[in-house]
Ligand binder design. Structure first.
Ligand SMILES: *Cc1c(COP(=O)(O)O)cnc(C)c1O
Length: 342
């Protein structure tokens, strides 16, 4: 089971998003193990491509990124400074007055950032809370002041302009570097860019960055093939029944590998295919824990592996089939794959 990661596509996506970021410095979001691809390896490639600002969700994610990018790069932690979790060499994005005072008491003189809530109501200081500590915080020279957009993947959503206005009101006049845009925000245009951008999914080949190059290829080894006769069934629950003689391939991967069980066929109607080059092999029957069955009748020869993710079917196509997003498809990919950087 090999998850192939195209380093040059990752680099190209970084350069494209850095260009789209205009005057702003493009950072890189490598939380959740680099969106499931391997935080250290991904961070090293992005550092070579020019990124100097790396973002993770939790302090526990800092070490592999730091080891990969060296001491000069900045690593920020979105969760801020939590009770038993010293951010170490990273820069905690402080999300509340309480976090601010705890961090400043425990890490005097060490770098910190501020996360503001401009309307998403998830992380960050509310305008009133910020106003109360603003002078004190600015006096200590925050490394970054940021906020996050709730609807940036919908360019026409009025929430975007509303959050932009709110962020401006909270930060006008500050000299510290500011950051508002993730992938979607970068595409909204220059007024959203400020000083540092925080692309994540677009680096890894996902929507809403339509021009992204695909980064992952997931090839699943065929471990057995068989003929199934008309009227025979395949897999758990007998959910798929052959209408005619069918050649079935069984591949070695399943929902334990992050290939969601909802990708099972809906009775006889497939929801997704595995690919042999340009030829689609519909997934039939249920996705099991470690196995998936596909109809390979259309193939003259069955190759040693079939692709779930590749040039013909990306993370967003798989996500669309089951009503989720490419982010979840990527970050679900489990620990059993060998990750090969090409
Ligand atoms: C995940 C995340 C990002 C990256 O978002 P993408 O949509 O993947 O580009 C940026 N900022 C914050 C605060 C995040 O949580």
């Amino acid at each position: 089971m090999v998850l192939k990661i195209d380093s040059s596509a990752l680099r190209a996506n970084y350069h494209a998003l850095a260009t789209r970021s205009g005057q702003a410095r493009a950072g890189a979001v490598v939380k959740a193990g680099g969106y499931g691809l391997g935080a250290g390896a991904v961070a090293r490639i992005l550092a070579e491509a020019g990124a100097e600002d790396f973002f993770v969700a939790l302090a526990s994610e800092v070490a592999p990124v730091r080891a990969a990018v060296g001491d000069a790069a900045r690593v920020y932690v979105f969760a801020g400074h939590m009770e038993d979790c010293d951010p170490g060499s990273a820069i905690p994005m402080l999300n509340s007055a309480e976090q601010f005072f705890r961090d400043r008491a425990m890490r005097p003189g060490q770098p910190f950032g501020i996360q503001l809530d401009s309307g998403m109501n998830r992380l960050g200081m509310e305008p009133g809370e910020w106003a109360a500590i603003r002078d004190e915080a600015l006096g200590q020279g925050p490394a970054l002041i940021m906020s996050h957009l709730a609807c940036a993947d919908e360019p026409d959503h009025p929430m975007n302009a509303q959050q932009l206005r709110c962020f401006r009101e909270m930060t006008d006049g500050v000299t510290a570097p500011r950051s508002l845009a993730a992938t979607g925000g970068i595409l909204l245009g220059p007024e959203y860019h400020f000083d540092v951008t925080r692309p994540g999914i677009g680096l890894y080949g996902g929507q809403p960055f339509a021009e992204a190059q695909p980064v992952v290829r997931l090839s699943l080894p065929v471990i057995q093939t068989r003929e199934v006769l008309e009227g025979e069934t395949v897999g758990y629950g007998n959910s798929w029944t052959a209408k005619s003689r069918t050649r079935v391939a069984t591949v070695a991967a399943g929902y334990a590998d992050g290939i969601h069980r909802a990708l099972s066929s809906d009775g006889d109607a497939p929801r997704i295919a595995l690919w042999a080059g340009d030829k689609a092999c519909p997934v039939i029957g249920r996705v099991s824990m470690d196995l998936i069955t596909a109809d390979v009748s259309a193939l003259p020869d069955v190759p040693p592996a079939l692709d779930l993710l590749g040039p013909r079917q990306g993370i967003d196509a798989v996500a669309d089939a089951i009503g989720t997003i490419g982010y979840e498809v990527l970050t679900s990919l489990g620990g059993r794959y060998e990750r090969q950087f090409l």
